[in-house]
Design a protein around this ligand. Structure first.
Ligand code: NAP
Length: 234
């Protein structure tokens, strides 16, 4: 069965049947904005773990950013759509954008777990800085049971922090966690937002279509002028 959050992208992009997948990657992030570091990460995990597909899942209302502004979900979703369009094994899910309330990862992984049979492995991929916070997330024990977590590190991130985090986990959770070093992740969304607000170039740091979208919609021009907490679908 194909998860409903994927249907319109599957139809639009004429992709195959997700029901046959044995290994899927869920690429979680706020993607404010998506950049080449995210894309290189997704492609590296796809290749290294021999996945059947990667599903980008932009957070609708990130629970850890309740006190800060995040760009409206329809903009972030559209930029992910533009950035991933040319890759036949990249998909998008709007499940977290459509779901009301904070975007808890456990709810997303549970949803996908229900959509696939037990012999399909699910990998949740995100940045290592987020991964080391997982014990504070909603039902983190359940998350380790339902999926394998892939932590993408960036140059300059002290990997000893990751290993210290991993070593304090119970053995069964350690087995569900791996690290991936991604050189292109020296790009960061925060730096891109800063660059745009200072009228500096983001060329070659994001796909061209994303750069154009940011410019056309005046995103990141002033301090979070496009940031609203109300989603497109509400
Ligand atoms: P964040 O806290 O803004 O970012 C943490 C670090 O990870 C940043 O350096 C970020 O770089 C990087 N990063 C984020 N997504 C990445 C990805 N897919 N691949 C590689 N690096 C990535 O994290 P976030 O993006 O808002 O959230 C990450 C994921 O964790 C989301 O799926 C979010 O829903 C989930 N989360 C869940 C809970 C919960 O369930 N309670 C709580 C917190 C986060 P960039 O800024 O350049 O992306």
């Amino acid at each position: 069965m194909i998860p409903s959050g994927l249907e319109k992208w599957n139809l639009n992009m004429n992709h195959g049947n997700g029901g046959a997948d044995k290994k899927i990657g869920l690429m979680g992030g706020t993607f404010d904005p998506i950049h080449h570091g995210h894309l290189v990460t997704a492609e590296s995990v796809y290749e290294n773990l021999a996945l059947d597909r990667i599903v980008f899942v932009p957070a609708g209302d990130p629970p850890h950013k309740q006190d800060s502004s995040v760009t409206a979900a329809q903009h972030r979703l559209r930029m992910v759509e533009i950035a991933t369009a040319s890759n036949s094994h990249f998909f998008i899910s709007d499940i977290e954008v459509q779901r009301e309330g904070p975007s808890y990862t456990i709810d997303t992984v549970e949803y996908y777990r229900c959509c696939y049979t037990d012999d399909t492995d699910i990998y949740f991929i995100t940045g290592v800085d987020a991964v080391v916070q997982i014990p504070q997330w909603k039902n983190s024990d359940g998350l380790f049971e339902l999926c394998e977590i892939v932590a993408a590190t960036r140059p300059g991130y002290p990997t000893k922090n990751f290993f210290r985090f991993r070593d304090q986990l119970p053995a069964h959770q350690r087995q569900s966690l791996r690290m991936l070093a991604v050189p292109a992740l020296s790009i960061s969304s925060a730096d891109l937002r800063q660059r745009v607000s200072e009228d500096r170039s983001i060329k070659y740091l994001v796909p061209e279509g994303v750069e154009q979208y940011i410019e056309e919609h005046g995103l990141y021009k002033s301090s979070r002028s496009n940031a609203i907490r109300v989603s497109f679908f509400e």
